[in-house]
Design a protein around this ligand. Structure first.
Ligand SMILES: Nc1ncnc2c1ncn2[C@@H]1O[C@H](COP(=O)(O)OP(=O)(O)OP(=O)(O)O)[C@@H](O)[C@H]1O
Length: 347
């Protein structure tokens, strides 16, 4: 039995449908992530799970028990769900230890103090119990918020864009740290973000949302390598679509030549397809007869990300080791190295 199940959940504000028949399941101890552009309904899903919104249709189950449907709701405070918000929402007049102990009122004093100490240790702030929130950095404050949410040992933790107030470096580090903390505690959690690096760094399962619908719910690797729709293929990672024709059971012909790998089974010979080329599929090769013009380049330390123009005028991206330093306007040889093909029928 999954720890959290959403079964065909819909929600609306007035006449406007915000969540449309959304279903997914999260196993105990897993970290899930809802990823999507601004306004697609991510936060609304969290609010439905937390008990702050009523459902129009469908059901939410936590550990096998129905907690929300159009007909009945378990009140938010009885759901044993913790939340961490973007703005930390710490109490400024309480010390770090008092903040963390805030939700532990039902524990005897001693047990509460022990739990607070243990949580300070878990989030690496053992020396800061007596400090006040304004004396801490943004990253430290977010760790206090995490400790406060974890202290009552919720069945499920919801994190709503928890790192978006932090600068990029800290975001990356903290997202790894938070994942380690959640895993060490065996906490089941759902994170909401519009940052796919964060989603990939943190989550076991990622759900891509668009306009209130869940388009795909899968492990990050699968989302990247086996996107089920053009939208997901486009949204996840970088790349460009290039038109081609299926020429054999495993082959497709593009303007860059014929490439044979596993053509998805739904296609037959003669089908017109758009093939997704990721930057790492396009390999720089001086010996190749296929040439492309360097339109732009971004230095990334160990590599360049080149924007290349093909003979047709179409652009593709290529990830090239940075000792190949070509000038804009130069023609360079390229070939494709496709492990597997991501292709969609041409519209
Ligand atoms: N209280 C409300 N009343 C009416 N409409 C609302 C309300 N809250 C949110 N919405 C609308 O619901 C839609 C989804 O909002 P939601 O906050 O869930 O999106 P989101 O994906 O979390 O966006 P962001 O990444 O910008 O936070 C938006 O169009 C928003 O305008």
């Amino acid at each position: 039995m999954s720890l959290l199940e959403l079964v065909s959940v819909s929600q609306s504000y007035g006449d406007k449908k915000i969540i449309d028949q959304m279903s997914f399941a999260l196993e105990a101890g897993e970290i899930g992530c809802l990823l999507g552009s601004s306004g697609c309904g991510k936060t609304t899903v969290l609010r439905c799970i937390a008990g702050f919104e009523n459902l129009l249709d469908g059901e939410i189950r936590l550990a096998g028990r129905g907690i929300a449907s159009a007909a009945a709701n378990v009140p938010a405070h009885q759901r044993e769900i913790g939340m961490v918000f973007q703005d930390y929402a710490l109490f400024p007049h309480l010390s770090v230890a008092e903040n963390i102990g805030f939700g532990l009122g039902s524990l005897p004093r001693r047990a509460r103090a022990q739990r607070v100490d243990a949580m300070l240790e878990v989030v690496g702030l053992a020396a800061y119990g007596k400090a006040y929130p304004h004396e801490l950095s943004g990253g430290q404050q977010q760790r206090v918020a995490l400790a406060r949410a974890l202290a009552p040992q919720p069945r499920l933790l919801l994190l709503d864009e928890p790192f978006s107030n932090l600068d990029v470096d800290l975001r990356e580090r903290l997202s790894r740290e938070v994942r380690d903390i959640l895993k060490s505690q065996g906490t089941t959690a759902i994170l909401v973000t519009h940052d796919q690096h964060e989603a990939f760094a943190m989550a076991d399962k990622v759900g891509v949302m668009s306009q209130g619908r869940l388009l795909q719910w899968a492990a990050p690797y699968e989302l990247y390598h086996e996107p089920q729709s053009r939208y997901v293929a486009d949204f996840i990672g970088q790349g460009a679509f290039v038109p081609g024709t299926v020429t054999g059971p495993r082959c497709v012909t593009l303007e860059l030549g014929e490439y044979c790998s596993a053509v998805p089974r739904q296609f037959v010979i003669g089908d017109a397809v758009d093939v997704l080329l990721r930057p790492d599929d396009v390999v720089h090769d001086d010996a190749s007869e296929v040439k492309a013009l360097v339109l732009g380049k971004v230095f990334r330390g160990s590599e360049f990300l080149y924007t290349l123009q093909l003979a047709s005028g179409r652009s593709v991206l290529a990830q090239v080791p940075s000792h190949h330093n070509h000038a804009i306007g130069e023609a360079i040889g390229i070939r494709l190295e496709l492990d597997h093909l991501i292709a969609f029928r041409q519209a």
